[in-house]
Design a protein around this ligand. Structure first.
Ligand SMILES: NC(=O)c1ccc[n+]([C@@H]2O[C@H](COP(=O)([O-])OP(=O)(O)OC[C@H]3O[C@@H](n4cnc5c(N)ncnc54)[C@H](OP(=O)(O)O)[C@@H]3O)[C@@H](O)[C@H]2O)c1
Length: 232
C-alpha cells in the first residue's frame, strides 16, 4: 500500500507545485480545492507521472464538505502520511474595512480548516507512529504591516497552532512544520504592484516541504522562513 499525501488548495500555485513534487516522491495523492477543472488537469498530470491521484472538489468553509473529507481521511487511516494545509486567502486593506463575515471566513479557512483536517489525520498517524503535517503559513505570520492585519492575524494564529501541535504530538514521531514564505509568484500576488520576477517560485516552497518530509526521524524542522533574495 502506497503512502498517501493530502494537499489542500491543490488547484492554486503553491498547492499545485507541492502536489507535483509529492507525486514524484512516490505518494498517492488526495487533492483538494474548489476549481474542478484545475484539479482534473492536475490529477491527469499526476497520473502521467506514474502516480495515483484522486481529487475532491469543494469549499473548506462548507461544513458538509469538511465532514465528507473527515470521512475520506478516516477511510484512508492506514495510509495517510502527509497532510499539507495550504489552502488560504488573503484580505488586503486596513483592518477596519472588511466585514466581520469576511473576518470569519479568513479565520475559518486559514486556521480552522487546518485544525480540522489535522485532527482528522491524527488517529492514523498516531497508530503508525509516523506522519508529517505541514502548515503553509507566511512571513505575515512573523511580521505585521499596514494593510494586512487580518491576513497576518490568521498566519500568526496558524504559527501558534503549528508550534503547539508539534509539542502535543512530537512523542508519537509525527513532524509538524510551519513554512513561512514571503512573496511567491502565484495568483495571490497578481495585481499587488510587486516585481513577480523577484518573487519566490511555488517550486521553492515545494522544495521546503520535501526537506521537512525527508528530514531524519530524529529531527523536525518546525519552522522554515523563505524570503525572496531581492525585495520584489
Ligand atoms: N503567494 C504568496 O505570496 C504567499 C506567501 C506566503 C504564503 N502564502 C500562502 O500559500 C497558500 C497558497 O497560496 P497561493 O499563493 O498558492 O494562492 P492561490 O494560487 O490563490 O491558491 C489558493 C488555493 O486555496 C484554495 N482555496 C481558497 N479558498 C478556498 C476555500 N474556501 N475552500 C477550499 N479551498 C480554497 C484555492 O482553491 P480554488 O483555486 O480551487 O478556489 C487555491 O487552490 C495560502 O495559504 C497563502 O496564504 C502565499
Amino acid at each position: 500500500m502506497k503512502d498517501v499525501a493530502i494537499v489542500t488548495g491543490a488547484s492554486g500555485g503553491i498547492g499545485r507545485a507541492i502536489s507535483l513534487s509529492l507525486i514524484k516522491q512516490g505518494y498517492e495523492m488526495i487533492l483538494l480545492g474548489r476549481d474542478a477543472k484545475k484539479l482534473k488537469t492536475l490529477s491527469t498530470e499526476c497520473q502521467s507521472l506514474y502516480g495515483n491521484a484522486t481529487y475532491f472538489t469543494g469549499d473548506l468553509l462548507d461544513t458538509n464538505y469538511l465532514e465528507l473529507m473527515n470521512k475520506t481521511i478516516s477511510s484512508h487511516r492506514k495510509s495517510i502520511s502527509v497532510l499539507v494545509n495550504n489552502a488560504g486567502i488573503a484580505l488586503r486593506g486596513p483592518f477596519y474595512e472588511p466585514s466581520m463575515e469576511e473576518w470569519s471566513n479568513i479565520v475559518n479557512l486559514n486556521v480552522s480548516a487546518a485544525l480540522n483536517l489535522s485532527r482528522a489525520v491524527l488517529p492514523g498517524m498516531i497508530d503508525r507512529r509516523k506522519g508529517t503535517i505541514i502548515n503553509i503559513s507566511s512571513l505575515s505570520g512573523r511580521f505585521t504591516s499596514a494593510g494586512s492585519a487580518l491576513y497576518s492575524a490568521t498566519k500568526h494564529a496558524l504559527n501558534g497552532l503549528s508550534g503547539g501541535m508539534f509539542e502535543d504530538i512530537r512523542e508519537f514521531g509525527i513532524k509538524v512544520s510551519a513554512i513561512m514564505p514571503g512573496f511567491v509568484d502565484t495568483d495571490l500576488t497578481s495585481n499587488i504592484g510587486r516585481d513577480k520576477k523577484r518573487m519566490i517560485s511555488p517550486e521553492d516552497v515545494a522544495a521546503a516541504v520535501e526537506f521537512v518530509i525527508q528530514s531524519s526521524p530524529n529531527c523536525c524542522p518546525t519552522e522554515i522562513v523563505l524570503r525572496p533574495q531581492q525585495a520584489p
